[in-house]
Write a protein that binds this ligand. Structure first.
Ligand code: SF4
Length: 310
């Protein structure tokens, strides 16, 4: 079986979660998680020299069809803000990177592990959305690469804040306009010593401005208002594991893969389940469970066998 390295982070949250996510599609997922998935597929398009517009369209189509789970606020606005963020982040990545090869699958014991990352021959690259650009704690994708690849790893982090007051604040999404003079050019951020910029300026989403600004114009605004550092951060990780550290890391990966193959040995949690998308499946009634769509028949059979034993 192939295990995504991202799944090890989920395993640390709940050992049952990665396997349930492989088996079932929840009725709806949080909009933030959806953006992360579409960011991943958009980057695959970029690396295949394809346009990213269909990715953003697919994100909006899914919003219109099944819908997402939204934080408090007006769902349409939050959805459009996230679509603008996805569009902007993908455009920046397309602007900065040439197509690269996907990293290979890594064989660890009996298992194979997929790190969603890219190879420019000299280094490995990982892209991620984060809500804190200063957070450089090591995650499982770079841990696996440290043990299995050994080259320098470039992490490209794109800031996706949490929704506040019903809006997604990011210079990829939001501009500021003078409250009375709407014909005045919008601004994306305040510069040091900038006396003209007032807090009373009205926030407005890129998608709300009429006529809709071209990306090239918005990109010039990012440059002019010097806000690229508030959007993305790139840093490198240089693996420094000795043989013992490497062996211990690989042992842990192998154990997590084996444990994911038999998640019913772990109890269902309770305290952390309220915010989990699998709550209805783990703790719901028959109707709640029926809302989850099986996406993997082989996994489903194994899941049913285990249920019979509970
Ligand atoms: S609902 Fe609870 S037990 Fe089920 S996967 Fe989520 S965190 Fe784990």
């Amino acid at each position: 079986m192939i295990f995504p390295a991202e799944g090890f982070s989920k395993f640390e949250h709940c050992p049952r979660l990665p396997q349930l996510e492989r088996t079932f599609q929840p009725p709806r997922i949080p909009v933030r998680e959806a953006v992360k998935l579409y960011l991943e597929s958009g980057i695959r398009s970029i690396m295949a020299s394809q346009s990213t517009e269909p990715t953003v369209e697919a994100f909006l189509s899914e919003a219109a069809a099944t819908g997402y789970l939204y934080p408090e606020g007006e769902s349409y606005t939050i959805c459009q803000d996230h679509a603008s963020w996805l569009d902007g982040a993908l455009r920046l990545i397309a602007e900065e990177f040439q197509p690269m090869e996907q990293l290979p699958l890594y064989k660890i014991g009996e298992h194979r592990v997929n790190v969603e990352g890219w190879d420019d021959v000299e280094r490995a690259h990982i892209f991620r959305a984060t809500h804190d650009l200063s957070d450089r704690s090591l995650r499982w994708p770079e841990l696996v690469l440290s043990a299995m690849d050994g080259r320098e790893i470039c992490i490209h982090a794109y800031k996706m804040s949490s929704v506040r007051s019903g809006r997604l604040a990011s210079p990829l999404v939001m501009a500021y306009q003078h409250p009375s003079f709407q014909n005045i050019n919008y601004r994306l951020a305040k510069l040091d010593g900038d006396k003209d910029f007032k807090k009373s300026w009205k926030r407005i989403g890129r998608w709300e401005i009429q006529p809709n600004p071209l990306w090239e114009e918005w990109r010039r605004g990012i440059e002019k208002d010097r806000c690229i550092d508030a959007i993305r951060e790139t840093y490198t990780v240089s693996p420094t594991l000795d043989t013992e550290q490497r062996d211990r890391l690989l042992f842990d990966v192998e154990q997590m893969c084996s444990a994911q193959e038999k998640p019913s040995i772990f109890p269902r949690y309770r305290e952390r389940c309220g915010s989990c998308v699998m709550n209805g499946l783990c703790h719901g009634d028959e109707y709640s469970r029926s809302l989850y769509t099986p996406v993997n028949q082989a996994e489903l059979e194994r899941y049913k066998n285990r249920l019979e034993k509970l």
